[in-house]
Design a protein around this ligand. Structure first.
Ligand code: IPE
Ligand code: IPE
Ligand code: MG
Length: 256
């Protein structure tokens, strides 16, 4: 039985098949704030604090790639001051918590249409990635100005340019080639996607990569989503029958 402790938590890995690659849609900040009669910005702040906790827990559980949805290509449609607050919170998070991420051995990467972000945000992304390249325990991949359709649009343009330049023929295009033209081709597809706050949708998150992801939704709002629920999600994931269009292991053995 593999049990170990870290800062008053016990990570009990018995019976838990932890996903190597995990996606989390950090939703529900607004509702969390509303319940407390606070402005939405307070919810976003609480959500950012909770990300630090998720990183620590995932790192200690043995997750290798944690992709979190922080700002979608559709989130620009929110009021200007909310968008501004989210951008500034993003800058603040990495300024404030990078030493802790360093201590935890967490490398930071970004996925999304980063080139369209304001210059100072792009700088935070670049510096955060460079500063953390050597960290080995886990990769935190922040989906910022991310949209699954935007990512596919980008991949299509890259491939179409290669066809136009005569580097490849249309018949050479394969699923593998499309995967290789996603923003971060070396990051494995998420085995599990967790969405707090109850919505049963992907909201444009990792559309290509989530083809066979297990989905796990909880009613808890993101700022309240903690260690116990993460543990429950992993336990449920370990019991899922992932068939990938084939037969389950039991059926293959003729036992079902
Ligand atoms: C998630 O919380 C944060 C972002 C989408 C940036 P929301 O702001 O969507 O919170 P709800 O869904 O309104 O509660
Ligand atoms: C998804 O949440 C995006 C992020 C958490 C960053 P939204 O709140 O934007 O999604 P919808 O609008 O409920 O689909
Ligand atoms: Mg929301």
């Amino acid at each position: 039985m593999a049990v170990f402790g870290n800062k008053n938590k016990t990570y009990d890995l018995t019976g838990i098949k932890v996903p190597v690659s995990l996606g989390v849609i950090m939703d529900g900040n607004g509702r969390w704030a509303k319940k407390r009669l606070l402005p939405r910005s307070a919810g976003h702040r609480a959500g950012a604090e909770n990300l630090k906790e998720l990183c620590r827990n995932c790192g200690n559980y043995g997750v290798k790639y944690l992709t979190v949805y922080a700002f979608s290509t559709e989130n620009w449609s929110r009021p200007e001051d909310e968008v501004h607050q989210l951008m500034e919170l993003f800058v603040e998070f990495f300024a404030k918590y990078d030493p802790e991420l360093e201590e935890e051995g967490i490398r930071v990467r970004f996925t999304g249409d980063i080139a369209s972000l304001p210059e100072h945000i792009q700088k935070v992304c670049k510096e955060g990635e460079e500063r953390s390249m050597h960290r080995q325990k886990m990769q935190l991949i922040v989906a910022f100005n991310y949209g699954g359709r935007r990512e596919l649009e980008n991949a299509t343009k890259l491939i179409a340019t290669k066809v136009k330049n005569g580097e490849i023929n249309p018949e050479d295009i394969t699923e593998k080639m499309i995967s290789d033209h996603m923003y971060l081709p070396d990051v494995p597809d998420p085995e599990l996607i967790i969405r707090p706050s109850g919505e049963m949708r992907l909201s444009n998150f990792l559309l290509w990569e989530s083809a066979y992801s297990e989905l796990w939704v909880s009613e808890t709002l993101w700022p309240d989503f903690g260690y116990d629920e993460l543990t429950q999600a992993f336990r449920d994931f370990a019991n899922r029958d992932r068939r990938f269009g084939g037969l389950s292991a039991k059926e293959k053995e003729g036992k079902a």
